[in-house]
Every structure is written in C-alpha cells, then in structure tokens.
Design a protein. Structure first.
Lengths: 292, 353
C-alpha cells in the first residue's frame, strides 16, 4: 500500500514537471498552431545553465539568471526562426522547429560536451517521513508538486483576469480579428514564448533536481512526452495541459513500477495514439470545424 | 525517335536513371583504380539504403504532403525481418536465394506494419499525424529493444522479457536478443545490389507519381477538401502512398542489415528519421531526383571531410532552418525575385509543397 502511494506521488511529481513543459507547448500551439519542438530542448539548456551557474554563483542569483537567460533564448528563437514564417505553410514551420531543436541539442553537445553533468539538488527541504518511515516523500517530490500547483494557479489567474491574458486568448481565437481590435499581435506572441520559456526553465531546474544527470539529449524525450501530455489534455487548453501532464506522469510511473521499465515509453505513446483516435481534441479540448 | 519528342515526364525519369547509372560507373572506375578509401567503400551500401529511404519518405512528405517522423521505424522492421530470415535460412538455402527472400520479407513486413499503422494514423492530419508517426517510431524501437526470439529442436520461442525466459533446450540459439539485436547475418549486400534496388525504387515511385493515382495523391496534398469534393477517396490514396513508402523503407532496411554482421534497434531512432527528413528537405520536397542527390551527397560529404564530422549534425540543423527560411519567408522570397530579375533567367514556376 505504502509502495503504491509512493509510486503515485512520484508519478504526480513527474506529472507536475511534464505539465509545466506542456503549458509552454499548449500556449504556443494555441496561438501559432505550431508544435514548438525546440521547447523540450529549451528546458535542457536551462538545466545545463543551472549546472554551470550554480557552481559559480549563490543559488539566489543563479536561479533568476537562468530564468532570464532561458526567456531570452526563447525570445530569440521565436524572432529569428518562427516570425519570418508567420504566413508559410505549417509543414515548413514544423520542419524549422525540428531544425531548431536539433540546433540546440548539437550546440549544447559542442559547448558542454557529451559527458553527463551531475546536478546537485537545489532543494534543501528534508524528506517527509510518514507512517513511521514506511512512506518517504522526498523534498524534490513535495516541492515539485507544490510549485507546479502554485504556478498553474497563478497562470490561470493571469490568463483569465488580466488584460494581457485576455489579449493572448484573443490572438489564439482569431489573430486577424485581434489585430483589428488593436492588440499588438507580435508582442503577444513574444510574451507567450517568454512565459513558456520561463516555465521550461522552472521545469528544467525541478526535473534535474529529481533526476540529477544531464546530457544534451536530456530534453528530447521529456519534451516529446510533455507534448503528448498537452495533446492528451486537449491542445490549446491550459487546464488541459495540467491535467494531461499529471495523468501522463502517473501512467508512466505506474507502468514503470508494475509492467516494465523498458516498455514505459511505448505505453505512454500508446496512450497518446488511443486518445487521438477516440477523442482527437483531447480531454478538455474544443471541437473545431474545418471550413472551406 | 528524338529525345525531345518524348513525354517530358518520361524524359525527366530517364535523366534520373542516367544519373544513378553514371554514379555507379564512376564509383566502379574509382574502386577499380584503387582510389576508394576503406571507410568510403564501407559506406556504399548504407548510402544506397539512405537514398532509398529518402526517395520513399519523399513520397509521404513531398508528394502526399504529410510529415512523417517515424520513417526509421519502418526501416527497422524491414531490417529485423530480413536479418531474422537470413539467420534462419543461411545454412539451408544458397546465399542469393536467402538474400532475395530476406529483401522480399523485409519489404512485405514493413508494408504490413505500414498498413496497420496507416489505418489509425491517416485519419489524422498535419501536426497530429506527425506526432503520432513519431510515437509509432518510438514504439517500434521500444518493442524491438525488448523482443526476444529463439529457435531450438521444438521450434520457435518468443518472449518480451529476456533471453532466459525463452526456455530453449541445448540445441537452441537466440536469434533476436532484445537490445543486443541480431548477430551473424551473412554480409551479402553489395554496391551493385544497392544500385539495382535504387533503380527499382525510382521506377516504382516515379511511375506511381506520374500515374492517375499519383495525381490523386498530389491533389490531396494541394487541397484535401477540393480533392474530396471531386470524388477522390482521400483515405484510400493516402493509404496507398503511405504503404508504398513504408514498404520501400523496409526494403532499404533489409539491404542495410545485410551490410553489417550485427544489427541493433537503437540505430533506427528518431535521429535517423530526422536525418532522412534533412535529405529530402535539402533535395527539395516532392523532387525525387533532388532526394537521390542530396541523400548521396550528404552521406558522402562528412565521410570526405573527416575533421568536419563533429559539426555534421550542427550543420544539418542550420541547413534545415536556413532552407525553410530561404524558401518560405516573404523577405527571402522578395530578395530571390530581385535576384532572378537581375539574371533574367526563366525558370519553370513549380509550386512547392
């Protein structure tokens, strides 16, 4: 029983990290209809930056610096690679995004080398012992769950209550109409990328605290899985990304623990395929009709 | 009959065949003169395999207009089926027959998997289709990584756990050993075989593209709703393109497997799929001849520029981004038009996918 609970909790914690990355995917997809493949690698870059900065700077300085640098990188990627292709066919933009993801991975490989970097946890919280030590919840798990819950609540408020948040919703609803209403579309898109990158940075720091080994390809698999989570919950929907992320994390933990760790990835992707076939718009997604 | 009086499509095809044949003669002369380095002559069969992969992926991405990110999955199905058959039959049948059977089996198995995957996948479109093909590619890799099959006096045993749970008796041998893959294939693939298979692939794909079926497939790419409204069965034609593409990838895989004595599923991951995508983007989406040239050139170049190989993937990434910006961005398009006006060169105005 305690074992099952600890599996479940680590699943929720993993899911929280997926959810943070998935929000970045889902917000960008909502606005640009683009799978930003580079998003997963952004979070790897954030982790690597954290390794190098925390070795030289105090924690209080390195975490904000990592956030700022990652946001800057996300902003540059959007301006350099995606903005010129605003009106291009979606296949072209998608291939550009894949190229960007590859570029980040290989740049990181050249700059940081292929040897795994160990990551000292930034979380000082003591593990929580319940049931006389039969159930141990690590500080990382607890912090991840709390932090992702807080960030999601804040983001939901931001999008639904502030003027800028409304602008984001309007642009994702209809870019042309939003522009006619006086919304600065390019600024809104840049802001979306900035928020997504910041969340990727937070997820990067959290994920690397929980699994302290980092290589330039660390970002690829969690990135793809976070996208699966976004699709699972209904792409374009922020609550959907949270729900999808947590569900996916739990499914992965359970299948690793009870079926086979080799097959866990296959099961996660199998879930994606089933969801897309039964309900192509995901759990919380809106049905849209295609017009001629 | 003058060459000009031929059908332009046919003429285009002849030129492509001619390029492949010329490359073959050129390489044969080089190797006859002893000018080929060891590493390059070892790369000849993989180059042929990548050319076939590129041509077949171009059928899905360039001609059908759907992005597939799991093409390496089909290659691995073909490779493992072919290798399995070869290891099973190598003591019983003559070498050429084993190889032929292995190639046919690899093609057939990949086509079957293509149909099975195509049924669910082709109901989706665009980004969703891309991500699901990626998912299938990863699933195939994961399954093959934990797939064990062995043979003993009682027949075949298979397992998804480990080699021990196969329960083989003393005469048994493990044929597919999970993440360790297959070992002991005959290395029977040759450059000549590779060239012949490239020609077969080109023949199949170009005939398909120039046929009524091919025009139906391209009409789906250009406007799915319009195609549907004139009575084209979208699912059926998508299925044809996807399955042919998968089958040819299986053929490439089966040939690739017979160039090495060991084969592991790790080789056919997401990165291989992207690599082939780079080939066809560089060669031009929908341009079959471009795929052939780009696949061959981009595999040979890093081999020739040894010191450059660290930067190879980085350069690929940059090439991918720059090609897309160059072809699609309005600023670049305006700049290109200005350049074209300067040179007053008339070029056929072909629409890009």
């Amino acid at each position: 029983m305690q074992y099952a609970i600890s599996i479940l909790l680590s699943g929720v914690s993993l899911g929280g990290q997926y959810a943070l990355i998935a929000i970045g995917y889902t917000m960008v997809y909502g606005i640009l209809r683009l799978i930003n493949f580079a998003h997963g690698d952004l979070f790897m870059v954030a982790g690597l930056l954290m390794v190098y900065l925390s070795a030289n700077l105090p924690l209080a300085a390195s975490i904000p610096l990592v956030l700022v640098l990652t946001v800057l990188l996300g902003f540059i990627i959007e301006r350099a690679a995606y903005k010129p292709l605003r009106e291009a066919p979606s296949l072209a933009v998608l291939i550009t995004a894949i190229g960007m993801s590859y570029l980040l991975q290989n740049l990181a490989l050249l700059v940081f080398g292929s040897a795994p970097k160990s990551f000292s946890s930034v979380i000082a919280l003591q593990p929580l012992r319940l049931f006389d030590g039969a159930l141990i919840i690590t500080g990382e798990t607890l912090t991840t769950i709390l932090a992702s819950a807080a960030i999601m609540a804040g983001l939901t408020l931001f999008v639904n209550k502030t003027k800028v948040g409304h602008a984001m919703l309007a642009v994702s609803e209809d870019r042309g109409a939003a522009q006619l209403m006086g919304i600065n579309v390019n600024a809104t898109i840049s802001l979306t990328f900035a928020i997504g990158s910041a969340l990727a940075a937070v997820a990067g720091v959290l994920l690397c605290s929980a699994y302290p080994s980092l290589t330039p390809t660390t970002g690829a698999m969690p990135g793809i899985k976070a996208f699966v989570a976004a699709v699972f919950g209904g792409i374009g929907s922020i609550p959907g990304a949270m729900l999808g992320g947590v569900l996916l994390g739990v499914i992965q933990s359970l299948s690793t623990a009870y079926i086979s760790s080799q097959m866990a990835d296959a099961i996660v992707f199998g879930v994606l395929i089933i969801v897309l076939l039964v309900r192509p718009t995901g759990i919380l997604g809106k049905q849209t009709r295609e017009k001629v | 009959m003058k060459i000009r009086s031929l059908n332009p499509n046919f003429r285009r095809r002849l030129v492509t065949y001619g390029i492949v044949a010329a490359a073959f003669v050129f390489i044969q002369i080089l190797s006859g003169a002893g000018l080929l380095t060891n590493s390059l002559s070892g790369q000849l069969v993989p180059i042929c395999a990548y050319v076939i992969m590129a041509v077949s992926l171009n059928l899905t991405v360039g001609i059908l207009g759907e992005l597939s990110l799991g093409h390496a999955g089909f290659m691995s199905v073909g490779a493992f089926t072919g290798a399995f058959l070869s290891v099973c039959c190598k003591d019983v049948l003559p070498g050429w027959l084993t190889l032929t059977l292995a190639l046919l089996a690899g093609t057939a198995a990949a086509a079957l998997v293509g149909v099975l995957i195509g049924i669910p996948v082709l109901r989706l479109q665009g980004d969703y289709l891309a991500i699901v093909t990626l998912a299938f590619g990863e699933i195939i890799k994961n399954l093959l990584n934990s797939f064990y099959i062995g043979r003993d006096s009682a027949g075949f045993h298979l397992s998804f756990k480990d080699a021990l749970s196969l329960g083989l008796d003393d005469t048994g041998e493990v044929i597919i050993n999970g993440a360790q893959g297959v070992t002991g294939m005959p290395r029977s693939a040759s450059f000549t075989l590779g060239i012949v298979l490239i020609l077969v692939t080109l023949f199949v794909v170009q005939n398909l593209v120039d046929s009524r079926t091919g025009r139906a497939i391209m009409s789906i790419r250009d406007n799915r709703i319009a195609a549907e409204s004139v009575g084209i069965n979208v699912t059926r034609y998508k299925m044809i393109a996807f399955t042919v593409s998968a089958a040819l990838a299986g053929l490439a895989g089966a040939m690739y497997a017979h160039n090495f004595s060991t084969l592991v599923a790790r080789k056919f991951d997401y990165n291989t799929s992207i690599l082939v995508l780079v080939f066809i983007v560089v060669g031009g989406l929908g341009n079959i001849r471009g795929s052939v040239i780009a696949a061959a050139a981009l595999t040979v170049l890093p081999e020739l520029l040894r010191g450059f190989s660290d930067y190879r993937m980085l350069v690929y990434a940059v090439v991918l981004i720059v090609m897309m910006l160059f072809n699609q961005s309005p600023q670049f398009a305006a700049w290109r038009q200005k350049l074209a006006a300067k040179f007053r060169r008339r070029r056929p105005n072909r629409k890009e996918a």
